[in-house]
Design a protein around this ligand. Structure first.
Ligand SMILES: Cc1cc2nc3c(=O)[nH]c(=O)nc-3n(C[C@H](O)[C@H](O)[C@H](O)COP(=O)(O)OP(=O)(O)OC[C@H]3O[C@@H](n4cnc5c(N)ncnc54)[C@H](O)[C@@H]3O)c2cc1C
Length: 287
């Protein structure tokens, strides 16, 4: 229930939603409402109007997208966890979905809501970076895709025009030589806001890393790729020592949830642990 007295626009379809978005850019999009309602209830947000997306069939469901997947903006975490195609293409995203809130939030919270909310602690964001996801956005002017890597331009700032809505998150096909990883560190296992998250993907061909993605959340104003670490990993067998370079890529801050020193050390250790496990797995499977 919305406890503000702001009007709520309820479009019947995507075309109407985009027309309303163009005519009323001040109206805040509302998907599952699990972020918006917290802000409204706490008084930190009082938008003059809402644009309710929840009824839009065009934003629902998982579809094939070439060899990859198109995850509708309104896909909930529960839907992602249950979908066999998502499990096969993006096991790390399924892992991340399982760590979000509790079941009630997973049933109602959406992937695009997490992306658009743009919290540095948004749990899906490092994985989407690691998977080279693209964010599909639409307006009355047309549709375009923004690489996840180019989506955030500052703290809670997205490269979206005021008349655009997120319509889907697109994932490339999973390469058979890819291994994926997700790890969330919080104060407890459920209902915890992350202190550090790691999303990772390594492509290992002929015993050598040919592509590396290492992305962290909660360590900067928005989720970031650790490009120094990535560069050090490519062109050789998996080497856990690359984790020691993480300080060149992330400069965490102290805040109410954690300290910069803790975050940097935890980021290094969880990365080192993952890389060491992948290296050990490779050594045992090549025996
Ligand atoms: C108790 C609780 C626990 C939580 N735990 C976690 C957690 O563990 N990890 C985590 O990452 N998050 C957590 N959250 C936050 C929240 O549930 C997620 O971020 C969720 O994915 C938001 O999705 P939503 O559909 O509810 O978004 P909404 O609240 O509807 O919207 C969020 C933002 O996105 C915008 N938006 C939504 N859809 C679109 C769209 N299609 N196009 C453009 N803009 C759009 C809205 O305008 C708003 O700014 C928690 C929240 C609560 C209340």
């Amino acid at each position: 229930m919305i406890t503000s007295h702001a009007p709520v626009h309820c479009p019947a379809d995507l075309a109407e939603a985009l027309a309303l978005r163009a005519a009323h850019p001040e109206a805040m999009p509302l998907a599952g409402g699990t972020d918006v309602m917290v802000f409204v209830e706490s008084g930190t947000l009082s938008p003059p109007a809402f644009l309710n997306l929840w009824g839009l069939a065009e934003l629902r469901g998982v579809q094939a997208d070439g060899d990859g997947l198109r995850l509708g903006a309104l896909c909930t975490y529960t839907e992602l966890e249950a979908d066999a195609r998502v499990q096969a293409t993006a096991p790390a995203l399924v892992e991340a979905a399982r760590t979000v809130g509790a079941k009630q939030i997973q049933n109602r919270g959406t992937l695009a809501g997490n992306v658009a909310n743009a919290s540095p602690a948004g749990d899906s964001l490092p994985v989407l970076l690691a998977l080279d996801a693209e964010v599909e956005v639409a307006s009355v002017r047309g549709t375009r895709r923004i690489p996840m890597d180019a989506l955030y331009t500052g703290y809670r700032k997205l490269a979206l025009a005021p008349d655009e809505l997120i319509t889907a998150i697109c994932l490339p096909a999973r390469h058979p030589a890819d291994v994926q990883y997700y790890r969330k560190v919080g104060t407890r296992l459920a209902q915890a806001i992350s202190k550090v998250m790691l999303g990772g993907r390594l492509r290992i061909e002929g015993g050598v890393v040919t592509e590396a993605r290492v992305a962290f959340g909660s360590v900067a104003a928005f989720p970031v790729r650790a490009r120094t670490v990535e560069a050090a990993l490519v062109g050789r067998p998996v080497d856990a020592a690359a984790a020691d370079l993480v300080g060149a890529d992330i400069k965490p801050i102290d805040d109410i949830r954690s300290t910069a020193t803790y975050r940097l050390e935890v980021a290094r250790r969880i990365l080192q642990g993952w890389l060491a496990a992948v290296a050990a797995e490779g050594a045992s499977s090549s025996r």
